[in-house]
Design a protein around this ligand. Structure first.
Ligand code: ARG
Length: 439
């Protein structure tokens, strides 16, 4: 069962075997492992490092194994083999005999697992990017259907009017950057480590360009030692996931606040909410809370990976086997987060009445009034002071700015005229200047 053992006189402690077992994680990468081996065996044959007939037998055997696993007729166990590489090689040798023992010529599990992992991550990123695209589209569609005016906040204090469409557009921008970062990560990692061997390449005349082309990498790695010890690409992807998770968490937090009775701006769909076992009236925005909470796990996985690597000497160390416990759950979770957020956004109901009413108080038109005064010739700093006075006057009279009479407003500045009221009408705010872009 072991790929090694010649120099050992004692067998492995069962607790050690269990501790070293990476099959449950490694088996998720069976496809990449087999495709990598097919490319390697093809190359060994072409280079006459093994005979063409051995190469053909290996490739045919590996293809059979691949389709049997896919069809479910061959099950990968959770124990009994050290890792996915040992399992595949053992099944192959059982299938085709001695030729199977030649597959590992000029290769180490160190470059094998490196190429498997890169291929797996490149593949799964396509799925994540597709989910990002769908979420961006959801932001755009939901926004276009809801050009609704709403308060914009800074410091969670009412600031200026915005539109719901523009507000969601901000998140679309974040997700577009998140996608760019992942595309860049793919570009950076797109170097084939296969051929690096255990650390120092091999004395065989292997053709790394051929396996690079067969496996769809941009180029072979430039350095064997780096080829087998680089896990930057996992860290980079987890860092990109963490940034994206942080964005999704901010949106979740906002939607949870907006769904509270105090705000009552949005209503979560029943299908994405849960209730309380004790309080019959409760409807909680659990979907968003779980997205927000999930960001903690992703950020944790980034930290795990950084800590795992930071003290390792070159080149491969077994610590690195544990990398799978960081990125595998991270992929599942980030995909789930993107999917759930898309559903939350698409099913969210806006409380238009409440939003329209909410822009009427909180002096959201104060900055517009200052802009008005500037247009009438006042330096902005002076205009700021005048409006501040008007706000104070209104606040003391329990009024809104637009409820102040012209005479009252003119006490703050004599240059104010009747056309001020058009600037104080928040529903007009979006029709002026560059704010038109929010519509
Ligand atoms: N199963 C290991 C991993 O997932 C690869 C084998 C590493 N090589 C070794 N000599 N133990 O990282």
């Amino acid at each position: 069962m072991k790929l090694w053992g010649g120099r050992f006189v004692k067998s492995e402690d069962p607790d050690m075997t269990a501790f070293d077992n990476s099959l449950p994680q490694g088996k998720l990468m069976y496809q990449e492992d087999i495709l990598g081996s097919i490319a390697h065996a093809t190359m060994l044959g072409k280079q006459a490092i093994i005979s063409q007939s051995d190469s053909d037998a290996i490739v045919a055997g590996l293809k059979e194994i691949l389709s049997e696993i896919k069809a479910g007729s061959l099950k990968i166990p959770d124990t009994g083999f050290e890792d996915i590489h040992s399992f595949v090689e053992s099944v192959l040798t059982e299938k085709i005999g001695d030729a199977g023992k030649k597959l590992h010529t000029a290769r180490s599990r160190n470059d094998q697992v490196a190429v498997d992992t890169k291929m797996y991550i490149k593949n799964r990123l396509q799925g994540v990017i597709a989910e990002i695209d769908l979420l961006i589209q959801a932001f755009i569609d939901k926004g276009n259907a809801n050009p609704q005016i709403m308060p914009g906040y800074t410091h969670l204090q009412k600031a200026q009017t915005v539109t719901f469409k523009y507000y969601l557009g901000a998140y679309a921008q974040m997700l577009k950057r998140d996608k760019k970062r992942l595309l860049n990560a793919i570009d950076v990692m797109d170097e084939n480590p296969l051929g690096s061997g255990a650390i120092a390449g091999t004395t065989h005349e292997i053709d790394r360009q051929l396996t690079t082309d067969l496996l769809g990498f941009k180029k072979p790695v430039d350095n064997f030692i780096d080829g087998v010890s680089d896990r930057d690409y996992i860290i980079e992807v987890l860092a990109d996931f963490s940034i994206m998770a942080m964005h999704l968490s901010r949106l979740s937090e906002e939607l949870i606040i907006f769904a509270s009775q105090e705000f009552n701006y949005v209503i979560f769909d029943d299908s994405l909410s849960t209730g309380s076992s004790m309080m019959p009236q409760k409807k909680n925005a659990d979907s968003a809370e779980l997205v927000r909470g999930s960001s903690a796990l992703i950020i944790g996985q980034l930290n795990q990976m950084l800590i795992l690597m930071k003290g390792l000497p070159l080149a491969y160390n077994k610590d690195m086997q544990l990398d799978k416990d960081t990125f595998l759950p991270a992929f599942d979770r980030i995909e789930h987060m993107l999917l759930l957020m898309k559903k939350i956004v698409l099913t969210l109901k806006l409380n238009s009445k409440k939003l329209t009413a909410a822009v009427k108080n909180g002096f959201l038109n104060a900055t517009d009034m200052a802009d008005y005064l500037v247009k009438k010739g006042l330096p902005f700093r002076d205009a700021h002071g005048v409006v501040g006075q008007a706000v104070l006057m209104a606040e003391q009279a329990h009024k809104k700015l637009e409820d102040l009479t012209l005479e009252e407003l003119q006490q703050c500045s004599p240059i104010i005229q009747d056309d001020i009221y058009e600037y104080l009408d928040v529903s007009q705010s979006m029709t002026k200047g560059i704010k038109k872009e929010m519509l």
